[in-house]
Design a protein around this ligand. Structure first.
Ligand SMILES: Nc1ncnc2c1ncn2[C@@H]1O[C@H](COP(=O)(O)OP(=O)(O)OP(=O)(O)O)[C@@H](O)[C@H]1O
Ligand SMILES: [Mg+2]
Length: 268
């Protein structure tokens, strides 16, 4: 057992549903994450808030190793994602197959949808289950159809992404994420590229997912949504978590000046 396997605090990462431990990330000389630790219990929604540039997207990307943290580890369901020893940089993924599977368990929904432009909506949703999970084409299609129905765009299954509105594309992206039967859904500002009148339809789908007990980590500037659905709100400031707590605690009585300032800038 090397030192990274030792639990740094009282709770052991092996027992957590998702555990992020002491993540550090620099881009060149810029220290973006300065030792961030976070836990997401099963069935809970954890929201990350903070000013632009505070490291929210980088943290989400480190969780599914789209960005490799310089130090620190991520544990999913008691299993540490395989990264090389941080004392011998550059750090790299040591087991690509394990990470592919882990990413499938950590479906991410991006601000810019990231649908495949040359595939139909149905194909966008069936691709992952067929090629990553090994599901048969017929089963994948049946499941995808049900998911598209759930997010309210069953009638768009044979269209291409460019033929859908932004809100419909984002709902397709959520259906695609759900098709992978993820343990955890990661959302990075899923509504911020949308016209205001389309935001509500995406937030409604996300609210339903929270209500059915999905484990979610959400970066959003929609503060009323964050306040309503989160079990825990985490405030990131200059790459550190400086406050975390229940939504009432964070929104009504922020303890730090940085958090107070941030909230007053985003809440009218
Ligand atoms: N690949 C990269 N190369 C260099 N710098 C990067 C890279 N990715 C992020 N950064 C820098 O890291 C800092 C944090 O970026 P990040 O995208 O995590 O912020 P954020 O909190 O998500 O901000 P926003 O609310 O604007 O999305 C920024 O200063 C950004 O310019
Ligand atoms: Mg961001």
């Amino acid at each position: 057992m090397d030192s990274r396997d030792a639990p740094p605090s009282s709770a052991s990462p092996e027992q957590a549903y998702l555990s992020v431990r002491r993540i550090k990330k620099k881009f060149g000389d810029l220290a973006v994450l300065n030792g961030v630790s976070l836990e997401a219990p099963e069935h809970e929604v954890v929201s990350l808030i903070g000013a632009s540039g505070s490291g929210k997207s980088t943290l989400l990307r480190c969780i599914n190793l789209l960005t490799i943290p310089d130090e620190g580890d991520v544990w999913i369901d008691g299993v540490r994602l395989p990264l090389s020893d941080p004392s011998r940089p550059p750090r790299r993924i040591t087991d690509k197959k394990a990470v592919r599977l882990a990413r499938a368990r950590l479906a991410m929904v991006f601000q810019s949808f990231n649908l495949w432009a040359h595939r139909t909506i149905l194909e966008n949703v069936t691709e992952g289950p067929i090629h990553v999970l090994g599901v048969s084409a017929a089963e994948a299609r049946e499941k995808a159809t049900a998911l598209l129905d759930r997010v309210g765009i069953a009638d768009k299954r044979d269209f291409y992404p460019a033929q859908l509105s932004g809100g419909q594309q984002q709902r397709a992206a959520i259906a695609r994420a759900l098709a992978m039967e993820p343990k955890i859904l990661l959302f990075d500002e899923p509504t911020s590229a949308l016209d205001p009148e389309l935001v509500g339809e995406v937030l409604k789908v996300m609210r339903d997912l929270a209500d059915e007990g999905r484990t979610m980590i959400v970066v959003s500037h929609e503060m009323s949504f964050v306040r309503d659905v989160s079990n825990k709100v985490v405030f990131l400031h200059q790459g550190c978590i400086v406050e975390e707590g229940g939504p009432a605690e964070i929104f009504q009585s922020p303890k730090t000046e940085a958090c107070r300032k941030f909230l007053s800038s985003v809440i009218q």
